[in-house]
Ligand binder design. Structure first.
Ligand SMILES: [Zn+2]
Length: 318
């Protein structure tokens, strides 16, 4: 349309310049033609293009003080159509939320403590590019050591590095799911009340050997059959038996946040099912590589396992 209008406007201008005699005399053999030309509706003009004013982008963080294995909610308000967060050499795409574009950022358990700049590069609906930055501080966490003692035969029974590798690979794939839409809008809560028998991140020394690895979740001891509640709204993306985690449910909460419940006795949900915060997903059991009835509770953010309790104690700022 704009192309056709400009051609029409151009032709009329040329016609007027060629035929107008400058003295206002409309009589004579060409008067019919001149009357047609002067009809106002015959000369539509393209309205001037005024750029739509854009609301400046602004960076909003759930906190500037995070902990190793914590998480951060990064929002960008204003007129932004797409953007990428850079933090600790990792990149996270912004997703469209209700009132802003956002992404959760998982802090790695090995991210070094100290100042950690965060940058967002974005594009506005008018095509302009921009960037915003913030100074984050990552606080150190002292990971405790759990000393475990086993008979030599039990070591073979409980530890199988190849099985652990295979299961980690399967879970990595599941934890990489990023549903852009955030599926929850209520506070997070613990899946059950009970004694914490092993904290997230704790290192393990077996038979007085050197401390190794970090515990991938939080263990909560409870009687077999105790109901386990979904920590928030979401969709069940896994409900199956795994060799090490036993009967396991994984819930996708959207925005790259997923929670998992392992060593369960019974399943109360199936894959593809939507759940609400507090819905019973299963019961406490002792399935998989487990030394007694307990829940192993994990939370992953953008593929990174983080401390689940930071979702309920407010230290992530959301
Ligand atoms: Zn555990």
């Amino acid at each position: 349309m704009p192309r056709r209008l400009s051609v029409v406007a151009l032709c009329l201008a040329l016609f007027l310049a060629a035929c107008g005699n400058g003295n206002g005399d409309n009589s004579g053999p060409f008067s019919d033609v001149e009357l047609r030309v002067n009809t106002p509706t015959a000369a539509p003009t393209e309205p001037p293009v005024t750029p739509t004013p854009e609301e400046p982008a602004e960076l909003v963080l759930s906190t500037h003080e995070v902990y190793q294995a914590g998480a951060l909610l990064v929002s960008v308000t204003g007129d932004v159509s797409e953007g990428v967060i850079s933090f600790q050499g990792r990149e996270h795409d912004l997703h469209q939320g209700d009132h802003s574009m956002y992404s959760f950022v998982g802090i790695d358990i090995d991210d070094p403590p100290g100042p950690a700049p965060l940058e967002v590069r974005f594009i506005t609906p008018n095509g302009s590019k921009g960037s915003l930055s913030a100074d984050i501080t990552i606080h150190n966490v002292e990971w405790e050591v759990d000393y475990l003692y086993f008979e030599p035969a039990e070591i073979d029974e409980f530890f199988d590095p190849e099985l652990e590798r295979q299961e980690a690979k399967l879970l990595d794939k599941t934890y990489d799911i990023t549903t852009p839409e955030k599926l929850w809008d209520t506070p997070w809560h613990t899946p059950l009340e009970g004694e914490i028998t092993a904290r997230f991140g704790s290192r393990r020394s077996v038979n007085d050997g050197p401390p190794e690895g970090h515990h991938s979740g939080t263990d909560i001891g409870a009687e077999p059959g105790t109901p386990i509640a979904a920590t928030n709204h979401g969709r069940v993306v896994m409900a199956r038996h795994l060799d090490i985690r036993g009967n396991t449910v994984v819930i996708d909460h959207g925005g790259g946040v997923l929670s998992a419940y392992a060593h369960m006795q019974e399943f109360h949900v199936s894959e593809g099912q939507d759940v609400q915060a507090g819905d019973v997903v299963g019961t406490v059991g002792n399935t998989g590589r487990s030394t007694g009835p307990h829940l192993h509770w994990e939370i992953a953010v953008n593929g990174k396992l983080v401390d689940p309790y930071r979702f309920v104690d407010g230290s992530n700022g959301f």
